[in-house]
Design a protein around this ligand. Structure first.
Ligand SMILES: C=C(O[C@@H]1C=C(C(=O)O)C=C[C@H]1O)C(=O)O
Length: 291
């Protein structure tokens, strides 16, 4: 490929630790073209990708679902869990029976989990709470709400500082009710960027896959980084990363399609979602008649 493109490829990186395995060993400086990394909270990346301010990103699976016609998925990349996730937590100030008809403060950093919470509250528990968006700060959120939803490192830190609130792990609740995997984030690229710069997008994709592979072979580098940047013990982070899965196979897709179905039933999204993946690079290049 040419040594440069006419512009940098803009890549969004989720700042939370849950996505580190896919980014940690990815070094964009070795690529034969310019990239620009945008590190941000999921909800901000969802908006930037939607607006075309960035070309590709890890985004909320819900945000992918409501705009899937514009994107390709990067195959076999996700943030998923079968059961407990440890970083998508509802902190209850009031008893659950009151919470399901009370007021719940929702972190503004999420899209998947706020809608997962609505599915749990309304479809599984038969409640109808009111919701209020809030900055991710537990004590402030609970000043005038019965419960508060936090995700990512905000949830992890709050769980360490928890002053006795009951906590629901939404990954666990989802799994108890459905028996399925839950997928919180996916990697998406704008179809037009992928069509215009197929080789560049594929090189970035290969770099992300390689990072995931290296991280799964040896968790130590990201565990040490998490301990120094966030705190906690080595055992905590090993356990956290072992509970998360960054693949996206048939069982993850089945869980996500059930989430999308429930979201449609509650009027949280309208269209069916086709999980359309980035076409594999030039299958034709490997054919013998192409010289
Ligand atoms: C596991 C997590 O997955 C995430 C949850 C997201 C959401 O709720 O929209 C988006 C991206 C991921 O950061 C987490 O944040 O703890």
């Amino acid at each position: 490929m040419n040594n440069s493109l006419e512009r940098p490829i803009k890549l969004g990186r989720i700042s939370y630790t849950n996505a580190w395995p896919v980014f940690h060993h990815f070094d964009p400086t070795i690529l034969p073209f310019q990239t620009e990394i945008h590190a941000d909270m999921p909800a901000t990346l969802n908006r930037k990708l939607r607006a075309g301010d960035i070309d590709m990103a890890a985004i909320s699976s819900y945000a992918y679902g409501i705009s899937s016609e514009s994107y390709y998925l990067l195959p076999n990349l996700s943030v998923s869990s079968l059961g407990r996730v440890q970083s998508i937590l509802l902190f209850l100030k009031s008893p659950l029976e009151k919470v399901i008809h009370g007021k719940i403060a929702l972190t503004i950093t999420s899209a998947t989990s706020v809608n997962l919470l609505k599915i749990i509250m309304e479809k599984f528990y038969g409640g109808k709470p009111t919701y209020e968006d809030a900055e991710p700060s537990l004590e402030k959120m609970l000043e005038n709400a019965d419960a508060a939803l936090l995700i990512g490192d905000h949830a992890i830190r709050a769980s360490w500082e928890n002053k006795g609130y009951r906590v629901l792990d939404l990954g666990e609740v989802w799994n108890v009710w459905t028996g399925r995997w839950m997928t919180y984030a996916l990697w998406a690229v704008h179809k037009n960027t992928a069509q215009r710069y197929p080789e560049a997008i594929n090189l970035i994709y290969e770099g992300l896959l390689e990072s995931k592979r290296k991280s799964s072979r040896d968790l130590e580098p990201i565990v040490s980084k998490a301990m120094s940047q966030i705190g906690g013990t080595s055992q905590y982070w090993h356990n956290y990363y072992q509970n998360l899965c960054h693949d996206f196979g048939p069982e993850h897709k089945a869980g996500l399609q059930l989430y999308f179905q429930y979201a449609r039933e509650l009027g949280l999204m309208s269209e069916e979602v086709e999980l359309l993946e980035l076409p594999s690079p030039r299958v034709a290049d490997n054919l013998p008649n192409r010289r």
